[in-house]
Design a protein around this ligand. Sequence first.
Ligand SMILES: Nc1ncnc2c1ncn2[C@@H]1O[C@H](COP(=O)(O)OP(=O)(O)OP(=O)(O)O)[C@@H](O)[C@H]1O
Ligand SMILES: [Mg+2]
Length: 422
Amino acid sequence: MKDALLAIENLSVSFHMGKRTTKAVENVSLYLEKGETLGLVGESGSGKTVTAMSILRLLPGSAVYPSGAIYFNGKDCLGMDEEDLRKIRGNRISVVFQQPMTSLNPLHRIGKQIRETLFLHQAISHTQADQKALAWLDRVGLKNPATKLTAFPHQLSGGERQRVMIAMALINEPDILIADEPTTALDVTVQAQILDLIQDLQKELGMAILFITHDLGILKKIADRVAVMKEGQIVETNVPDLIFKAPAHPYTRHLIDSEPRGGPDPVGDGDQTLLEVSGLKVWFPIQKGILRRTVGHVKAVDGISFTLKRGHTLGIVGESGSGKTTAGFAILKLNNSMGKILLGENSLNDMASAEIRELRKRMQIIFRTPWQPEPQDVRGANHRRGPVHTRPRPQPGTGGGKDHGGHGKSRAGPGGPGPLSQ
Ligand SMILES: Nc1ncnc2c1ncn2[C@@H]1O[C@H](COP(=O)(O)OP(=O)(O)OP(=O)(O)O)[C@@H](O)[C@H]1O
Ligand SMILES: [Mg+2]
């Protein structure tokens, strides 16, 4: 096994937290051959990321390795000095993480960040680095790559940011790509594109991939072998076909059985309508110039209607940027909207904020990520960590209070759906 491109042998990882020590990974052994894809799957907290981060020693100082070795091309990464490891990181072995927004530096333009990756490992000029960066942005399928070079991360969509991350990870043509949930935050269309892209580049570069995911379905499509992880240990490794058709470990069977299937329980036809939404619109003004004149609108939600009955589940699906979250915010009156929203007998359009606050106890929201952009922040900038406010905030263009988030002052009357009344 030591002869493999990458071999993890009996790896254990623990974290010192004050006087306590927590075991995160226990006696894990894995190997990865040149050009192959090893899928690593397991429930949240099972130790997938800790295992992957150990390869390049990216864990914090509180991490200790009570046992094990990690061989890359026969050399033990755990025993290697920092200098030698730096030559491997981002060069021979690269990593792509789930959240491109947290992996990219929000303050630096994309071009600068890609150049830095190159300068770390290649002695090339600024111009050569720019040419290479441009070529790679094109290679990962970004439209208008020259514009993207001068853009900041927040000016790109989630899918575009992930493409940039892939370009940065592959620009030095590594032997191994560690992809830790690289598509989890993306919608299904973009997810499929990114997976195809990774596979195409894998063929071109002949690299091996350690692909970490919760999604067994993805591994069925892309993995040569699958390792199943539970509570810090590998419980089973096999080719995908056998993992799915004849899982040897009860936990693997449990994972397969947990994949959503079947349909929902039947619901009654005559159930009472709880929520009625008609003609819902949320338009964000596009403002220009010193006077912040509105020159157009981003029509995030443009006239949707639906009803929701007691005990029923209504699914809203659509690609990234199609307006799903904005519609959700509008229903909770967390942004300004046009159209009718009826919660039971109560029309939310006609209510004062105190009454809406009271009603909000009956409507709650759970976000995709524990932090979320401000509802009205359509540019995606100024992301603030922390709880989401349940009080409606003044909208750009509503005149309903202080200017917020640097969007400029309003020209419309207070209280009304400013963006639409222009
Ligand atoms: N820096 C840290 N300090 C202390 N404990 C940690 C640290 N990082 C991870 N752990 C613990 O190690 C265990 C494994 O975490 P890990 O992030 O590897 O899980 P995972 O399988 O990647 O989960 P997910 O699917 O949610 O990403 C967890 O119990 C976690 O709480
Ligand atoms: Mg993880």
